[in-house]
Write a new protein. Structure first.
Length: 108
């Protein structure tokens, strides 16, 4: 298993609008259905503010690529992205490999 960590920085005051759009457009349901294994979705309390951080589990890099490609082909998702891009300052994506002693297992 690999874990993708996606961190998004929003303009101050824009997180409520992001979450409203995420729910009302159907994007959350599409993302959950296509990507599958949501490990956690968070907002920051201490440290950098106006952020979301989410973790997604995948069987492999190929699995991740196939699922991300399918998500980008979805019309609901693409329309959602067009609506939220003006709310975003920055995106950071990391692929994390679990250690052998990680609770989710690993092969490193």
């Amino acid at each position: 298993m690999i874990v993708e960590q996606r961190t998004y920085d929003f303009y101050p005051g824009k997180l409520p609008e992001f979450f409203r759009l995420y729910d009302q457009t159907g994007a959350r349901e599409v993302q959950a259905q296509v990507l599958g294994n949501l490990l956690g979705y968070f907002t920051t309390e201490i440290g950098p503010q106006h952020q979301t951080v989410h973790l997604w589990g995948y069987a492999s890099l190929d699995d991740r690529m196939a699922r991300r490609r399918a998500l980008m082909e979805d019309a609901v998702w693409r329309e959602f992205l067009a609506q939220i891009l003006p709310l975003l300052i920055r995106q950071d994506t990391k692929v994390l490999l679990p250690t052998p002693f990680s609770p989710i297992g690993g092969t490193v």
